[in-house]
Design a protein around this ligand. Sequence first.
Ligand SMILES: [Zn+2]
Length: 280
Amino acid sequence: MKKYLVYPFLVVSLIFLLGACSEQTKETTTTSKKEEVTDTKENNAAESSEKPTAQWSYEGETGPEHWGELDPLFSACIQGNEQSPINIEFSQVKTSEKLENIEIQYKPTPFSIVNNGHTVLANAVTPSNSIVVEGKEYKLVQFHFHTPSEHQFNNQNFDMELHLVHQDATGKLAVLGVMIQEGKENEKLAPVWDVLPKVETEKDTLIKEPVNLQTLLPSDQTFFQYNGSLTTPPCTEEVKWVVFEKPIEMSKEQIQAFQQIFPDNHRPVLHLNKREINKN
Ligand SMILES: [Zn+2]
């Protein structure tokens, strides 16, 4: 019972407090869980939209290379040294037998969909999906898309990238990234694509059918793991990234339907710096 009382609050806080990989960054503040819990004033301010916030985009003067200058809250975008996305150069990846497998516990669940002006995002309506990374459980909060892909493999982008954003009990984030390449129609995503909001929406719309994310993932679950950040302002770090090596497919029509709404909503790759990329 308690779980269900807490969860809607989590979702609401996330919507206002996370950037994004949460992408809901009209109101950007810190992502620290402590502050989420204690600073309800800030939440209210976010809700009333009175607080001025920097507008950001994917091109021109408010594009990725300027994010760090747009708002002091976005300073990590320019000053951080563990930023995402990155180019995953296969020859630099360390295969680690110690790297634990990720337990993915997804089942068909309801989602609501929104166009937040930066991406199309599906919010989890129930806390039913979770993953376990390094022994810690993270609940799925939302998933969304980028085109072209944000991560690169050996300097190559894919047509699109799916991000599944999870949060643990202390507010820390883990994001699963799945590359998408042109191929067969993806029927698992049809219920989502049927209701893609073409313009920015204020409210979520419930997707009629439950979405089964388990069947959407690549069957070969080889993944790369590294420590990174949100890929949109405020570019907050300490995000655990898990990027699947094998892509999934979507039809040309499905990809184009998204690109008609967002022709390009990707942040270019950032330096790896001293980080390691591990592979299971
Ligand atoms: Zn993302």
